[in-house]
Ligand binder design. Structure first.
Ligand code: FES
Ligand SMILES: [Fe+2]
Length: 426
């Protein structure tokens, strides 16, 4: 008997709702140094973190650094099939082994006194070793942390006893492998130092309740009401229908400019399009399916809704994936080293390319301050708001975050933070 492989598709079943209560979320979680430190000790140092893209280190000896809170890590391809992660710290007197960035090395020589380490982190050479009268223990090495890959990303965990990455990710690979992230290419890469807590930024993308407030233009092309929310053990998602009018939009007969632009982007000429607003989403889905087949982009693992919608995933604690049929927009929110009122917002766009075509060149990474560059209308609206929220939360008048049912992904994130803060050591 020949066993047929069954294509795995993203499950769409609604997850059972956990009980999360209705209490105010204490504002101290966003503004206090003490909470920030607790979060670092009990949560950040125990979770799997995205370090960067595996394709940035294709050859043995290639490396990049990644910064998280007060730490820096060195991610190295030690062998064709082995990527390792180390604290970017010399065990001699603490100098950083490499400046932030990426490069290639045969070995890692510290620039201060020339201690040298192999690509597996082990000691290679110590100048004047006999002058260390106490001896230099053979274990003197770069301190390694657990490291693995999924989706084309390198992940690391500061907890030496960490559960395997796949266990941490839970349902995520099953849900998102149909998008084939490992075949996607980075086309933009920015970091912005935002004037808010990392969670203020996460929250801004985990509810669509604010669309009617700060993004009125988006009401012209998404349904911000009929959004399925699924809260899992650690991670969560919402499925946002694109290519239709919001029920809040005043004229339900209006084939808006945004809908016409979406049609056009999907390869449908809006001038000859005969349908109304409700016909746009199916037309986009049909056209994208045809486009994929004609252009060698295999979209067969995706359901029809995924050809138009944003399957928006939050991988606890700081990865947001806006997944679309042929690309993904990734946000990574990194805590600041010392200030709960600041964070690093990494914004990256990835695209799928037709089979056999050349990958686009890797974009140069750029770093900016809050408001210094435009990120596009929608993200500019979000980022304008964030320092104001962060400041308002510090007012003595503000009691805590009053969260509604549509905003419950925020409550869920705090529950998972508490699982780390109050739970057993991981
Ligand atoms: S601090 Fe690195 S060799 Fe001295
Ligand atoms: Fe927004």
């Amino acid at each position: 008997m020949v066993l047929q492989s069954v294509a795995r598709q993203t499950p769409t079943t609604k997850a059972p709702e956990p009980t999360l209560g209705t209490d105010l979320i204490p504002k101290e979680r966003y503004i206090s140094k003490e909470f920030m430190e607790l979060e670092w000790e009990r949560m950040w140092t125990k979770v799997w973190n995205v370090a960067g893209r595996e394709s940035d280190i294709p050859n043995v000896g290639d490396y990049f650094t990644t910064e998280l809170g007060p730490e820096s890590f060195l991610i190295v391809r030690e062998a064709e099939d082995k990527v390792r992660a180390f604290y970017n710290v010399c065990p001699h007197r603490g100098n950083q082994i490499r400046n932030a960035g990426m490069g290639h090395a045969e070995s890692f020589q510290c620039a201060y006194h020339f201690f040298e380490f192999n690509l597996d982190g082990s000691k290679k050479f110590v100048p004047d070793e006999d002058t260390f009268t106490q001896g230099v223990p053979q274990e003197t090495a770069l301190t390694e942390v657990p490291c693995d890959t999924w989706g084309g990303w390198v992940w690391f965990n500061m907890n030496p006893e960490a559960e395997p990455l796949m266990e941490f990710l839970g349902e995520i690979p099953e849900h998102l492998d149909p998008y084939h992230f490992d075949q996607q290419y980075l086309v933009s890469d920015q970091t912005i130092l935002w004037d808010c807590n990392w969670k203020t930024s996460v929250d801004a993308f985990n509810e669509v309740y604010h669309v009617q407030g700060i993004h009125p233009q988006i009401l012209e092309s998404i349904d911000d009401i009929h959004v399925q929310i699924d809260l899992y053990e650690r991670h969560n998602r919402y499925l946002v229908p694109f290519g239709l009018l919001s029920p809040r939009y005043p004229n339900q007969e209006d084939l808006t400019r945004a809908l016409r632009e979406m049609l056009s982007a999907a390869g449908v000429d809006p001038e000859t399009f005969e349908g109304g607003p409700a016909d746009v989403r199916p037309a986009i889905q049909a056209s994208v399916k045809k486009y994929g087949a004609e252009h060698g982009i295999d979209l067969s693992d995706l359901n029809d809704d995924q050809l138009s919608d944003d399957y928006h995933y939050y991988i606890f604690p700081n990865i947001t994936l806006n997944t679309h049929h042929s690309g993904v927009m990734l946000f990574r929110q990194r805590p600041h080293a010392t200030d709960p009122n600041k964070m690093y917002y990494d914004l990256q766009n990835f695209i799928r390319i037709p089979e056999g075509s050349d990958p686009p060149p890797r974009p140069v990474h750029s770093t900016h301050k809050h408001g210094e560059v435009s990120l596009g209308l929608g993200l500019d609206q979000d980022s304008y708001n964030l320092p104001r929220v962060q400041k308002g939360m510090q007012s003595r008048s503000f009691k805590g975050l009053l969260i509604n049912y549509r905003e419950r992904r925020i409550r869920h994130m705090h529950k998972v933070i508490d699982d780390y803060l109050e739970g057993p050591d991981r």
